[in-house]
Design a protein. Structure first.
Lengths: 346, 346
C-alpha cells in the first residue's frame, strides 16, 4: 500500500508543480523543495492508518480513497517544515531542513538581505502551501460528494488538534518544570490523535463505519498514539544516528521535555540531577557528555519504566481489536501497525 | 454587511475557542490571540468582495452564505500573522503583532528559553490554525452539499495563489534589482487575485454564476487588484501613521521593493539614486530622512505616475461592469468597492 500512496503523492505534486510553473519559474525552488521533502523519505504512517481504518470496515480501498489517505502526508509535511523552523533544526531525515536549504540558495545566488531570514520566510510559506495542498488533494481525490462531505469534519478536527498539540509542546518546552502528566497530554494531542486515532477515523468515515467501530478505533488509537510518542522520545535519546538520520542524543542537546526526561528527573539522585541540570539542553554537548546523560536515564530506571509503559499501552491498544465489527484482515493489519509504531528504529 | 460578517466571525471563533478550552487552559492565549487579532479591526475586504460576487448574480446572501464569505477573513489572518514573522514587523494595526505579543507573554511569565523564538513559534502555529479554521468555517457554514463542493476548487486555487504570491514577494525583496514589471506580477498574485478576483469568483460560484459572468468578474477584479496593491504601496510610504497604525514611511525603513520604488529608481538622477541607495532600507531612518526620501519619490514623478496608473486600472476595471449579466445592485456595490479599494487611507 505504501507504493500506491507514494504514486498518488507523486502524481498530485507533479500536477500542482505544473500549475506553479505557469505562474513563474521563480517558484521552481518551491515546487522542487516540497516534492523532494515529500517523496524522498517518510513512513507514510498517517495515510497507512487511514488505509487500515477503511480496511477494518470491510471496504476495499479504491484509487480515489488512496488519494484521500495520501493527502494526510501533506499535512505532516507542513507540520515537519514548520517544526524545523520552530526548533531551529538544521537537518531532517539526514538532509538539510527546508529553511536551511533556502538559506543556502540565498547564499549561492548571492541574494540581498539576511539569508537566514529568507530561509525562514520560505519555510513558513512552503509549510502553508503543503497544508493547502493536503486539502486540495483530498478535494480532488475523486470521492463521491457525500463521502467527501462526511470526511471534512474529521479532517478539520484532526488539523486543529495537531496545531493545538504543537502549541502545547512549544509551551511545555518553555516551562521551567517537567511533568510526566503534562508530557503525556502533549503526546496525546501532538501525536496520538493526529497520527493514529484521527487517520483511523478518517478512513472509517470514508468506509461508512458505525459509531461503535469509531469508538473501537479510539480505544485502539489513543493508547497506541501515546506509545508511539514514547517510542519517539526514546529514539530521540537512544536512537541510532545511522538509522534515524539525526545526531545521537539530539533531544538531549535540544533539551526536549518528554515523559522520558520527566521520569528521569523525578527519579534522579542529587548528584545525577546536578549533572542533568548542567548539561541537559546544551547544544554543544560532546558525544562523551551525551553518553553520560544516557547512562543516567538508564540508571534511574526511567528507560525501563518508559519501555514498560509502551508495552502496557500497546497491549491496551491491541485488546480493543477484539471488537467484532473490525474485519479480520483489518485486525491483522492493525496488529502489524501497532508493532511498527512501537518497535520502530526510526 | 460588515456587521453581519463580523457577527459570523465572532460566533465561529467563540465556538472554536470553547473547543480549545476543552483541551486545556494552556491554549487560552491561542484563542485570545486569534480572536483579538481577528475581531478588533480589519476591513473585511475579501468577504465583502465575495458578498458582492453573489449580489452580482442576483442571489440574496443568506446567513449560510455570509458565514462562507466571512471564512475568507481567516485566510487573511493567517497571511498577516505569518507576514509579520517574515517581515519581523513588531506592530500590526497599531497593536503588537502576534509574535511580539507571545514574546511579551514569555517574558511576563518568566518562561525559559528564548522569548523571541517562543514568539515566532507561537505565531507560526496561530497562523496555521487560522488557515485551518478558515476551511472549517466554510465547511460548517451550512451550505448545501453541492454548493460547498462547487466552491472548493476556487477556494483552493485562491489559497495556492496567495502563497505563491507571498513567495514571489519574499523572493523579489531578496533580488538585487528592482523592476516595475516584476513588482506588478507580485501585486497580481499577492493581492490582485487573492483580494479581489478570487473572492468574487467564490461568491459567484456560490450564486451559480455563468462562465460569462465569471469572466466579467476577472476583467473587473484583476486590474482593480493591481490598483489596490499600488494604493497599498503608496500608503506604505505616504500614509498617515494616525490612520494606518504604522509608522510614517514604514516601507522605506523596510526597503520594500514595490512598483512605486521601481519607478522612482528608474527615474532618479545620479544624486537622487545615491541618496536612495544610502538610506532606502535602513531600519533606523529618522523622520527627517523619511521626509527626504518621500520628496525624491514625488520629484521623480513616480508618485504621480503611480497615481495615474491607479486611475487607469480603476477605469479599466469599472468598464467591465457594463456586462449585462451583473445585477443592477451588484454594479452599484462593485462601483462603490472599486472606490474604497483604491481611494482608501488605510
Amino acid at each position: 500500500m505504501r507504493s500506491e500512496i507514494n504514486q498518488a503523492l507523486t502524481e498530485f505534486v507533479q500536477g500542482e508543480n505544473k500549475y506553479l510553473a505557469k505562474i513563474g519559474s521563480e517558484l521552481d525552488p518551491v515546487s522542487g523543495g516540497i516534492e523532494k521533502f515529500l517523496l524522498e523519505s517518510g513512513k507514510r504512517l498517517r495515510p497507512i492508518f487511514a488505509y487500515a481504518g477503511v480496511i477494518g470496515t470491510g471496504t476495499k480501498p479504491t484509487k480515489e480513497l488512496i488519494r484521500a489517505f495520501a493527502s494526510l502526508e501533506l499535512i505532516h509535511v507542513c507540520a515537519l517544515i514548520h517544526d524545523d523552523v520552530m526548533d531551529g533544526s538544521d537537518t531532517r531525515r539526514g538532509a538539510p531542513s527546508i529553511h536551511k536549504s533556502f538559506e543556502k540558495m540565498h547564499q549561492e545566488k548571492k541574494l540581498v538581505g539576511s539569508a537566514a531570514q529568507f530561509g525562514i520566510s520560505s519555510a513558513i510559506l512552503l509549510g502553508d502551501l503543503a497544508l493547502i495542498w493536503s486539502a486540495q488533494m483530498l478535494h480532488k481525490a475523486g470521492l463521491a460528494n457525500d463521502q467527501l462531505i462526511k470526511s471534512l469534519p474529521i479532517y478539520d478536527e484532526m488539523r486543529v488538534e495537531l496545531m493545538a498539540g504543537q502549541y502545547l509542546d512549544v509551551y511545555e518546552q518553555a516551562l521551567g518544570t517537567q511533568s510526566v502528566e503534562r508530557s503525556l497530554k502533549v503526546a496525546r494531542y501532538k501525536s496520538g490523535k493526529y497520527t493514529i486515532e484521527r487517520p483511523l477515523h478518517f478512513g472509517a468515515s470514508l468506509g461508512g463505519a458505525s459509531t461503535n467501530l469509531i469508538t473501537a478505533y479510539t480505544n485502539y488509537g489513543v493508547p497506541l498514539g501515546q506509545a508511539f510518542q514514547l517510542r519517539d522520545d526514546m529514539l530521540g535519546i537512544f536512537g541510532d544516528p545511522v538509522v534515524t538520520g539525526k545526531p545521537a542524543g539530539d533531544d538531549l542537546r535540544e533539551g526536549k521535555r518528554t515523559a522520558l526526561m520527566a521520569v528521569t528527573m523525578e527519579r534522579a539522585s542529587p548528584v545525577q540531577l546536578k549533572e542533568l541540570s548542567r548539561n541537559f539542553g546544551d547544544p554543544n554537548l560532546t558525544n562523551q557528555q551525551v553518553s553520560t546523560l544516557q547512562s543516567i536515564i538508564v540508571e534511574t530506571g526511567a528507560q525501563a519504566h518508559i519501555e514498560s509503559m509502551i508495552e502496557e499501552l500497546t497491549n491496551t491498544s491491541l485488546s480493543a481489536l477484539t471488537h467484532d465489527e473490525i474485519s479480520t484482515v483489518g485486525k491483522a493489519l492493525l496488529t502489524e501497525l501497532a508493532d511498527i509504531a512501537t518497535n520502530r528504529k526510526i
